[in-house]
Write a new protein. Structure first.
Length: 320
């Protein structure tokens, strides 16, 4: 396998590991967003309960006809918020604490329902009284109704009926105010528990996701170091072998069994000493031939010199 291909695999593997780690992070932490969205129903329900309480209190100081419409709208918003609590799904499956918190808030509907029904019935009774006695509901306040109930010009039956309606409304408002206050308090307490649980889950999820990211980074680093170490070890082996070859020992071989570029380089370098040995053998053969020729030349020259001396000796003998 070539180094280029190994580097390509390392790059692709690193990207794959990091991609898996990132996807794992989002997979682990994504339910938290859903839990926070469902938890917002707690806050909306608590705010709606407080809004009903405020609008109910205004019934004691503002025109009952106008304020009754505002109160009924607040009650409709509160009931819609309670329906939102019924749409919570994920929090019910997390743990028992969250399940109990959701169930407790849903059951609060029963606590406030009777009180709200009492206020609504009292307002309806007053509305019928207003119609029967030609009283303008929008301008009628509790203080003006108290004055009307004490008006001796009215029949006692009318005054008693009006006093009863006023007392019923005040009792219903007091009951509803306490029920709504308890409802809002319980919802806030349960909301705090759910927020704490979500925070703990976020911490655990972030820790797990961070561990996965860290392991992916460590694994990529280890693979990179192993590849770099293998290449560096092969190059060091080449360097040491080249130094020995440079000192004249042509019997040494690289012996690299790698299948990448370094291995091919080792195989090519292993053939180099063989070529050098063959060349040296040829040089030695030629050198031996040259020595033989030289020795022949020396003998020939020596024989020639001996013949010349002999010829000169014979010449002197003839002249003498």
């Amino acid at each position: 396998m070539s180094i280029r291909f190994q580097l390509l695999l390392l790059s692709l593997g690193s990207q794959l590991l990091l991609g898996i780690a990132i996807l794992s992070y989002f997979f682990i932490t994504s339910p938290i967003a859903v839990m926070e969205a469902e938890n917002s129903h707690f806050q909306r329900t608590a705010e709606a309960a407080v809004a009903v309480q405020v609008e109910a209190d205004k019934l004691t100081i503002m025109g009952i006809g106008i304020q009754a419409d505002a109160y009924r709208k607040a009650v409709a918003d509160y009931e819609e918020a309670l329906k939102g609590m019924g749409r919570i799904k994920l929090l019910l499956t997390i743990n028992e604490t969250m399940q109990n918190a959701v169930d407790s808030v849903v059951k609060l509907k029963q606590l406030s329902a009777m009180a709200l029904t009492g206020i609504n019935d009292s307002l309806n009774d007053l509305g019928r009284y207003f119609e029967t006695n030609d009283i303008t509901a929008n301008s009628a306040t509790l203080s003006s109704l108290f004055a009307t109930a004490n008006d001796l010009s009215l029949k006692e039956e009318q005054r008693n009926a009006l006093s009863g309606h006023i007392l019923n409304l005040l009792f219903a408002l007091d009951t509803g105010n306490r029920a709504l206050a308890d409802t809002a308090r319980v919802i806030r307490e349960k909301d705090a528990l759910v927020v704490a649980e979500i925070g703990a889950i976020r911490e655990r999820s972030t820790l797990i996701a961070s561990i996965i990211l860290g392991l992916a980074f460590v694994l990529v680093t280890i693979l990179s170091v192993l590849m770099a170490t293998g290449i560096a070890r092969s190059l060091r082996s080449f360097s040491q072998t080249v130094k020995i070859l440079g000192s004249g020992d042509l019997t040494l071989r690289f012996g690299n069994s790698r299948s990448d570029e370094n291995g091919h380089l080792g195989w090519d370098l292993d053939r180099m000493p063989e070529s050098l040995n063959a060349s040296l053998g040829q040089i030695q053969s030629v050198s031996a031939q040259n020595r033989g020729i030289r020795e022949n030349l020396i003998r020939t020259v020596a024989e020639s010199s001996s013949s010349a001396v002999e010829i000169e000796t014979n010449s002197r003998s003839i002249r003498g």
